[in-house]
Write a protein that binds this ligand. Sequence first.
Ligand SMILES: C[S@@+](CC[C@H](N)C(=O)[O-])C[C@H]1O[C@@H](n2cnc3c(N)ncnc32)[C@H](O)[C@@H]1O
Length: 197
Amino acid sequence: MANDLQFKAMTRIIATRGVKEYRETIPAVVRPDDHVLEVGCEWGTTTAVLARYAAHVIGTDISPKCVGRARTMRPGLDFRVLDAFDVRSVLDLGLPITKVYMDLSGLSGYRGLLDLIALIQTYAGIVRPDTVVVKSGALKHFAQCCSPWPGATPLIGKVAQVGGSQPDGELPPLDDAPLPPAVGRIAKKRPGSDRGF
Ligand SMILES: C[S@@+](CC[C@H](N)C(=O)[O-])C[C@H]1O[C@@H](n2cnc3c(N)ncnc32)[C@H](O)[C@@H]1O
């Protein structure tokens, strides 16, 4: 369930495409005093790399088979069976988690994008790491298409003329504002079609 805390959290989100990029972030992102949680650890290959850079790492996966194999292959590391959506159990780990690495099969493509964003926001608001690194080509592409509007002084003047009573100083929609090209494309897409998204 979305709440204000989720959307006001200042967690940095790093979206990567493919396992190479996902692991490449580790030396740049993880610090020696970090407590890292990997969700979707499979056999623990990335968890083992994380362990070389962090103070403590826990690898978690929904599959008991994967966790069993990870424990056999890497007996010195800490692996747990855990559903990434069970955030209560993440809190029960009792770890002051500073970084989350997230690599969940089924959530890295376009069809899983909304669920993935909701899950990241839940971690940001409840687990409160400073950074979430996610393996999802769809999220990376989405992020590349997003730019925060910096705010424009002339528009503020226009709001004053319109006399809008928006909460928190938000701008009212401007009927004459040009639509970015992508919006035109979305409007024209065939109903029910996911192609090209
Ligand atoms: C691509 S593999 C992870 C590979 C691993 N991160 C690595 O770098 O070697 C994706 C994993 O996500 C796990 N998974 C899928 N849904 C999950 C969920 N809801 N909670 C936890 N793990 C999940 C799968 O069992 C699978 O092992």
